[in-house]
Design a protein around this ligand. Structure first.
Ligand SMILES: [Zn+2]
Length: 189
């Protein structure tokens, strides 16, 4: 795993792409923060002795795209009734959760990520893996190695996340297009 804080940061940046009314709702941010970390719920099993390479092992089913898809759909339905176009929200939640596995697949340690589980339990890594793997236990952070990992994550995740954040904010500065039936739009034609 990358560190949980870094996973949350990446998810929060993706969450910025949400519509303005979504971003005003605390429940939206609750889902974004929870989902960026949720795949690592499998570390409970890891501490209880579930083998790393098992279906429920670390980076197994909970890191799969199907898991992200199902949870994204549920969360979008949970927020249903308040917002329009829930499928767009579901896509965003999916991206938040899938970002976790993508980052894990760029780390240099452990087993790969079972993206296609349970259909295919094969573990995958990306060919390019610049991110140093994080310790699963919290105490592992307060060491020289922990500091090195933070520096590495700042370079390979925080900096690109900052660029993405700036890009999203720039795009959001554009004035929205007038609605189809708006007189403004007809004037432009
Ligand atoms: Zn993970």
């Amino acid at each position: 795993m990358a560190s949980l804080f870094t996973h949350t940061l990446a998810g929060a940046v993706i969450g910025q792409a949400g519509k303005p009314d979504w971003r005003k709702d605390w429940r939206y941010w609750f889902v974004v923060v929870a989902y960026s970390m949720l795949p690592d719920i499998d570390s409970i099993g890891f501490h209880m002795g579930v083998p790393y390479g098992a279906l429920w092992g670390h980076r197994g089913l909970t890191h799969s795209l199907l898991f992200a898809f199902i949870f994204a759909a549920f969360a979008a339905m949970w927020l249903d009734g308040r917002f329009h176009r829930q499928w767009e929200m579901a896509i965003l939640f999916f991206l938040v959760m899938a970002s976790h596995g993508l980052l894990d697949a760029m780390t240099n340690g452990g087993l790969g990520v079972a993206f296609l589980s349970p259909l295919d339990t094969q573990r995958y890594f990306f060919p390019w893996r610049p991110i140093l793997v994080s310790p699963i236990s919290l105490s592992g952070f307060f060491t020289a190695r922990g500091l090195r990992i933070m520096g590495n994550e700042i370079l390979w995740i925080w900096c690109p996340a900052l660029v993405l954040f700036a890009l999203i904010k720039l795009l959001q500065l554009r004035p929205p297009l007038p609605a189809e039936d708006s007189p403004l739009r007809n004037e432009q034609v």
